[in-house]
Ligand binder design. Structure first.
Ligand SMILES: [Fe+2]
Length: 303
């Protein structure tokens, strides 16, 4: 088609058609067909994977990554070797100390609930099926396993139907306080307690809904809104962001290195880049959860 031969109105119609041409899931079960292939993050960062010389660990890691299941099925349990549970125990103890001091109230109360129900213990890694049972009675969010970081469009499509595409592997025990990519510690100690809160579930879903059929440029904008709120947001003087709450080092950096917090600024956020391999250059703050929800909704409405 030769665009220049169209009238202005037809051109507008043409681009409207292009905008609408992105396939998107019409129901939760349609999520089974979204692209869940994961990025080889480590290769991208040009670093060697911690534990790459541990043959047993690497073979376990591959088996956990290469698994997919239907969104409507129960998620089968993963076998976690003793070494994986030891890594979890070590991190759990330290993260709980830091959460007690610095996590937002919504995160703390849901984490306590998970502990009271015996879903979270410092002994072994909880299974996604246990988390899903808990979430179904809270907000209806559901965790479905993926092998690593997937593309933003598929990830956001999941949120639109209250589905969180989650990793299940855990970092290597030789470097327990570092993971080159999101792992089960990040998902369970950062995200899960927050997805049990209705206000947070709602605005996560709103970001997702906005992504349905969106252009690539708009997907990038929505991913930034998600990134600087749900992953790295601050409320009052407490931490909301799962990207911070799942990392001992980043919690300490944010709270004890006396980082500057900037008031929520959609324009600035949309001009930021994603920082994935080091601390964030800026953390955006609102006074409370209702305010961050309002800011995120307004930002989404601009797209
Ligand atoms: Fe995350």
């Amino acid at each position: 088609m030769v665009i220049s031969s169209l009238s202005f109105r037809s051109t507008k119609r043409f681009f409207a058609t292009v905008r609408q041409s992105f396939w998107y899931p019409r129901s939760r079960s349609d999520l089974d067909t979204v692209d869940k292939s994961y990025e080889n993050f480590v290769e991208k960062l040009e670093i060697s994977y911690p534990g790459s010389d541990d043959v047993d660990y690497m073979s376990w890691l591959r088996s956990v990554r290469n698994y997919s299941t239907s969104v409507n099925s129960e998620v089968p349990d993963v076998f976690y070797p003793d070494q994986a549970n030891k890594t979890w125990s070590l991190l759990y103890a330290r993260l709980r100390e830091l959460h007690y001091l610095y996590a937002c109230d919504e995160h703390k109360s849901n984490l306590k609930d998970l502990e009271n129900l015996g879903v979270y213990t410092g002994e072994k890694i909880p299974q996604l099926s246990q988390i899903n049972n808990w979430l179904s009675s809270k907000t209806g969010f559901k965790l479905i396993p993926v092998g690593g970081i997937i593309n933003a469009r598929s990830f956001l499509y999941g949120l639109a139907y209250r589905v969180f595409l989650s990793t299940r592997y855990i970092r290597h025990i030789s470097v327990p306080f570092y993971s080159p990519e999101p792992d089960i510690v990040h998902e369970l100690m950062g995200h899960v307690p927050l997805f049990g809160n209705e206000e947070l579930a709602e605005f996560s879903q709103e970001i997702g809904k906005k992504s349905l059929g969106a252009s690539d440029a708009d997907i990038e904008k929505l991913a930034k809104i998600y990134f600087y709120s749900i992953e790295f947001g601050i409320v009052g003087d407490k931490i909301l962001g799962a990207g911070i709450l799942g990392s001992c080092k980043e919690i300490v950096h944010v709270k004890e290195d006396k980082c500057d917090f900037i008031g929520w600024d959609t324009k600035k956020i949309l001009s930021m880049d994603f920082t994935l391999s080091s601390y964030q250059p800026a953390y955006y703050k609102t006074e409370n959860l209702s305010e961050i929800k309002k800011s995120v909704m307004e930002a989404c409405n601009l797209i």
